[in-house]
Design a protein around this ligand. Structure first.
Ligand code: HEC
Length: 162
């Protein structure tokens, strides 16, 4: 949760600057509400989706430096992600009023969830290394391996299937 606070706080400050006075009382809150946590993590997951899309577009086009940068961003997200899904913020939890696709399985099998997030970090480091190597085939292969070990593996078990 502590990792989530900086950008939640930034959002609240922005709202206050815009003159939304009613938000001011929330500034003193010690913890984000379940809904705030869900909204914030969904925004970060969208960011993650953007990184993957951008990296895919860069493979073979010589954008090694940007791939490395984005792979580093993916690693940072993998490092932080376990903190974004605390108990109380999953489907069906009391206090959750916004839509979420985060299954209770996260709480039930948390070790596995954290392990997949760690795999995402590890595979994205390998992706940055492949980008540095400069071989498009190797970069593409590692991109696929990273996505499979992280996005695919986690969504399959821990997210509502669409
Ligand atoms: C460790 C588990 C895990 C990993 C790894 C993971 N996701 Fe997710 N993802 C989730 C869960 C759970 C949700 C549902 C979040 C919610 O609705 O509260 C989600 C939601 C999303 C969403 C929808 C966000 C929204 O609500 O608009 C996108 C996009 C997404 N993930 C992309 C990715 C991509 C791309 C990767 C791989 C680079 C990835 N995720 C890796 C668990 C994971």
């Amino acid at each position: 949760m502590t990792l989530l606070k900086p950008f939640l706080a930034a959002g609240l400050c922005g709202a206050v600057l815009l003159g939304l006075g009613s938000v001011a009382s929330d500034m003193s809150a010690t913890a984000a509400t379940a809904d705030e946590t869900i909204k914030a993590r969904q925004a970060k997951m969208k960011e993650l989706g953007g990184h993957l899309k951008a990296i895919r577009g860069l493979i073979g086009s010589g954008g090694a430096a940007e791939i490395q940068e984005r792979a580093a961003a993916v690693k940072a997200i993998g490092d932080e992600m376990p903190a974004w899904f605390p108990d109380g913020t999953l489907i069906g939890d009391a206090g959750v009023t916004v839509e979420t696709e985060a299954l209770q399985t996260i709480s039930e099998k948390r070790a596995g969830f954290d392990q997949i997030a760690a795999a995402m970090s590890m595979e994205s480091v390998k992706l940055a290394e492949a980008a540095q190597g400069g071989d498009p085939a190797a970069i593409g292969a590692q991109f696929g391996a990273m996505a499979k070990a992280s996005c695919g593996a986690c969504h399959e078990v821990y997210r509502v299937k669409k």
